[in-house]
Write a new protein. Structure first.
Lengths: 781, 158
């Protein structure tokens, strides 16, 4: 029997009822009294000098209440480098960059006025390609990077397009390559792609008479946005309030402020009237954020027995016109770019590069899916060079507890070996060919993908649990619900810890004026961090409950015991139960806390103390992160040689979950993650020409539909390596769900065709020739 | 903008309204009637988040003008439950875990309703094909398709 009553059992989301009846009010559904509508004039060119802006006609247009241009709001945003103004000033750096704003009584009037603004832009050559951007003769996206403030953990290179140059050095790579039996060298590309949440970016802002700014926004990380806005506006954080309605999908895309600053810029001129700025789908493509493109150069050295001796890479991340959090994406990918394998010699150089394209930022996986694709293609190439089975090669090299990680730290709770074993087993790997032709002439292939990822550290979060006299509880926190299920897993923890029925526990709308401090909703961190904070808040509530029971029962508090399942027991002087007891789920009836002091449990969790600052040159450290995640996918694909269409037949996804808290929630994440990963691998790609986006719409930028997702998905949750510091041993699943899908599918395609996959998404035109060759080879036999 | 009077039934309520001739059905429902269950995801008929039923047929309400719906009976997600009693599809979406962020859910359910009304108990493959016009980024569709199939079977068995 399980030691838990609620934890580990499938639990249904609490917000579903509102979402199936249409009564859930997303940000777009909110209309405030007196609300105005904002529209944005955006740059039609990717790079150019603004010669003049004439807003005189727009100001006089019907219904117009405010017009704003860049010089009026010279505030700078930027987590890494403060390089981004609210609106373009002097220069535009990407197609779709906001130049001017209008607020009017109706949206139609606002758009009509925007069309009256005359803007004269002298086009400049666009920096369209990340490798071109690195050349000394390249045009510069930012003329003077040195003029911007930046965090001291990154190294922008003045006079270039380099936002940051990240380095990791472990062991002696040159010596290892000199001693290697096999060296495999390849280059890989990942296209820019879009989060494509079904809800676009939008925000409503209101500035009251005291200067207090209130923003309604589907911000993934409201405290992060509050901090960003506070630094930009030079307004104290207490003067900014962010209220978060239900979020229509995030995936990292709603980390950065996009519509928020525009709505604020207008609201500062509307005398207390709220202003809504809602991006159209086209605007969301052009001026939301994207997953950066990347070009990897990879070199791997191996001994003939299969031991990986060294991995070396230089890689360039196409991070677009403003840096946002992209240097951290570059960093995270490079830290794990040698894969979840024990490698003594590692050398990484990651360049985070400016181009005149959309802003590369956080996307589910934070660079890890791309890195996994590159390191797994390398593993397959090494296996081929050595004539080894790809599974055997991986198993020989996977990290184990106690080994030294790429950052030099001693690894613990490492579950990759079990994940890889389970994924391969689920597909029936052993003794099965990795490439074969079906009876109806289709090419089939099987592949493997592994990944490792770490959660952002140091970090912090907090929770409160308010107990009501009727025995119900309200838990509040500021990790947002973006579909991932935090809104059910946290109530589950409260139910488990306090013995209150799950249906009597509710959550609170996230609001920075009311719900407690939280760093971000990113990095698959919610269950681990907020789970720990919630357990502490429950402890605090239990302590207060015991005090009250002691008072009511006239018993010293030392003789009150709060037992599992929410049973409160009176003990005698010998510590034995007296038989007098009460149950938490009967609080409404037993009146034990009624009319007492209100009970409010508080708990926080932070990871500052466990983090050791890495050396800036080598990135070696004693401990980098609160938590490492591991996982493996095994995939089977079928390719039609006539059309080169790739169909994913099956994916087995094995995840080092530590401890499953809500199996249904995990299944939702994994099923969704696998399909998103398949979309990233086979469909999704921004196509640019001279900095212009050619396919910024839902027709030409393809995300998977129900027809693309007819894939057998098998989830295996591995609990053999619980995290010693995690809640009940749990780790995270949100990003892991898709981190190894891209690599496993690419591996399967590469095996099917016998050629490496050097570009994702994998399009028919990339592989048609290889399909023909593969069939000819088969016929020759 | 020219206006025209329309005579329309929405969720079993009769409305006679003047609407601008360029107003979409989606705008009319959301802004004039306050029925915000149908969502705007793309405004170009690709994502299906705005799906409502017009005389029983699923329609991207962002692509239809309100004046074109004159004389029609419209069913939106708000009109699907009978009082507090959820439609079997709504209940199944909750019970089977087919909802995540929920932004696409109203459109998904309305399309599914039209499929069940017209086809009774279609195969999983047919459901996939018929729901192709409703995009979802969270679920990967697996739970959604299973839920629709399961509901179709349950209703067919009645």
């Amino acid at each position: 029997m399980s030691e838990y009553t609620v934890i580990g059992k499938p639990a249904l989301r609490k917000d579903s009822h509102d979402k199936v009846t249409g009564s859930a009010q997303f940000c777009a559904d909110i209309t405030l009294t007196g609300m105005l509508h904002g529209a944005v004039l955006r740059s039609k060119v990717p790079h150019g000098i603004i010669k003049s802006i004439d807003v005189s006609a727009a100001k006089e247009a019907e219904g117009v209440r405010a017009v704003v241009t860049g010089e009026e709001v010279p505030y700078r945003l930027g987590r890494s480098i403060m390089d981004q103004t609210f609106l373009a000033i002097d220069k535009v750096r990407h197609e779709g960059e906001p130049i001017a704003l209008v607020a009017a009584d109706t949206l139609e009037q606002a758009y009509a006025a925007v069309r009256m603004i005359k803007v004269d832009i002298e086009p400049l050559p666009a920096v369209n390609d990340v490798l071109e951007a690195m050349k000394p003769e390249s045009a510069l996206v930012h003329d003077r990077l040195e003029d911007y403030w930046h965090v001291d953990t990154i190294r922008p290179v003045n006079g270039t397009n380099i936002y940051d140059h990240f380095t990791l050095r472990k062991g002696d790579v040159d010596k290892a390559f000199a001693e290697a039996d096999v060296i495999v060298e390849n280059e890989y590309d990942c296209a820019i792609l879009h989060h494509a949440a079904i809800e676009n970016h939008l925000a409503i802002a209101k500035v009251d008479g005291s200067g207090k700014i209130t923003v309604w926004s589907p911000a993934q990380s409201p405290y992060y946005i509050r901090g960003e806005l506070s630094r930009a506006l030079k307004v104290p954080e207490n003067k900014i309030r962010v209220i978060v309605p239900p979020i229509g999908g995030g995936f990292g895309g709603k980390l950065e402020a996009r519509a928020e600053q525009l709505a604020i810029a207008l609201a500062m001129k509307t005398h207390g009237r709220p202003v809504k700025v809602a991006f159209s789908r086209e605007e969301d493509f052009l001026a939301g954020t994207v997953r950066a493109g990347v070009h990897f150069k990879m070199r791997t050295a191996a001994r003939k027995d299969g031991k990986i001796l060294a991995v070396e890479s230089t890689n360039w991340w196409d991070s677009g016109a403003y840096s946002t959090i992209s240097p951290t994406v570059t960093l995270k990918a490079n830290v794990i770019l040698a894969g979840p394998y024990e490698v003594d010699n590692v050398k990484m150089d990651g360049y985070c590069v400016a181009t005149n394209k959309q802003l590369g930022t956080a996307q589910r996986g934070f660079g890890v899916a791309e890195a996994s694709y590159a390191h797994e293609q390398q593993m397959d190439a090494v296996a081929k060079a050595l004539g080894m089975d790809p599974y055997e090669l991986r198993m020989k090299n996977v990290m184990v507890d106690g080994c030294k990680g790429h950052t030099g730290e001693k690894m613990f709770a490492v579950g990759i070996k079990e994940c890889l074993k389970e994924a391969a087993e689920g597909l029936g790997w052993e003794g099965h060919p990795t490439s074969w032709i079906t009876e109806d002439g289709k090419i089939r292939g099987r592949g493997l993908g592994t990944f490792m990822k770490f959660t952002g550290t140091p970090s912090y979060t907090s929770a409160t649990i308010k107990l009501n006299f009727d025995g119900s509880a309200v838990v509040s926190y500021s990790t947002t619900e973006l579909g991932q299920g935090v809104g059910i897993v946290i109530p589950q923890i409260v139910a488990e810890e306090l013995g209150i029925p799950l249906e009597l526990i509710s959550t609170v709308q996230v609001d920075t004026d009311h719900t407690p401090l939280d760093k971000t909703t990113t990095s698959s961190r919610a269950t681990y961090h907020l789970g720990n904070a919630t357990i502490k808040a429950a402890e605090d509530a239990r302590r207060q409950i015991c005090q009250w029971v002691a008072f009511k029962w006239k018993t010293p508090v030392e003789r009150i015991e709060f037992k599992k399942g929410g049973i409160i027991v009176q003990l005698d002087e010998q510590g034995k139960p007296t038989g007098k007891q009460a149950r938490m789920d009967e609080l409404a009836k037993n009146g034990l806390i009624k009319n007492g002091e209100p009970i409010l449990g508080y708990g926080s969790y932070e990871t500052t103390n466990i983090w050791h600052k890495p050396d800036p040159e080598t990135y070696q450290t004693e401990r980098l992160t609160a938590m490492w995640f591991f996982g493996a996918n095994a995939a089977e694909v079928e390719i039609d040689p006539d059309t080169a269409k790739i169909r994913v037949v099956k994916v087995v996804a094995a995840h080092d979950i530590g401890k499953t808290l809500n199996p249904l929630g995990c299944l939702q994440q994994v099923e969704g993650g696998v399909i998103m990963g398949i979309g990233n691998t086979l469909l999704e790609e921004f196509i640019h020409r001279d900095g212009y986006l050619m396919n910024g719409n839902m027709v030409d930028f393809k995300i998977p539909t129900s027809m693309d997702s007819d894939v057998e998905i098998e989830m295996r949750l591995i609990e053999s390596s619980p995290h010693p510091e995690g809640p009940y041993g749990a780790k995270g699943i949100g990003e892991p769900a898709m981190c190894a899908t891209q690599s496993a599918v690419a591996s399967a395609v590469a095996h099917a065709l016998g050629v490496p996959v050097v570009h994702v998404p994998i399009k028919g035109e990339h592989i048609l020739a290889a399909c023909r060759k593969r069939l000819e080879e088969a016929n020759d036999r | 903008m020219f206006k025209k009077e329309i005579n329309i039934m929405v969720n079993n309520e009769h409305y006679v309204r003047e609407v601008a001739v360029n107003r979409t059905l989606l705008e009319f429902l959301r802004e004039d009637l306050g029925l915000t269950g149908a969502k705007e995801g793309c405004n170009e008929g690709e994502c299906g988040a705005c799906t409502v039923l017009v005389d029983g047929k699923p329609v991207n309400s962002c692509l239809m003008l309100a004046v074109e719906a004159d004389g029609s009976y419209i069913l939106t997600i708000e009109g699907l439950a009978k009082g507090d009693l959820l439609h079997p599809l709504q209940q199944a979406f909750i019970d089977e875990g087919a909802v995540q962020c929920g932004f696409c859910t109203p459109g998904m359910i309305m399309t599914a309703k039209a499929i069940l009304d017209e086809y009774g108990n279609p195969s999983e493959k047919e459901i996939r094909k018929l729901m192709e016009g409703n995009l979802c980024r969270c679920t990967g569709y697996t739970r959604v398709i299973k839920t629709v199939k399961k509901t179709a079977e349950a209703l067919a068995a009645k």
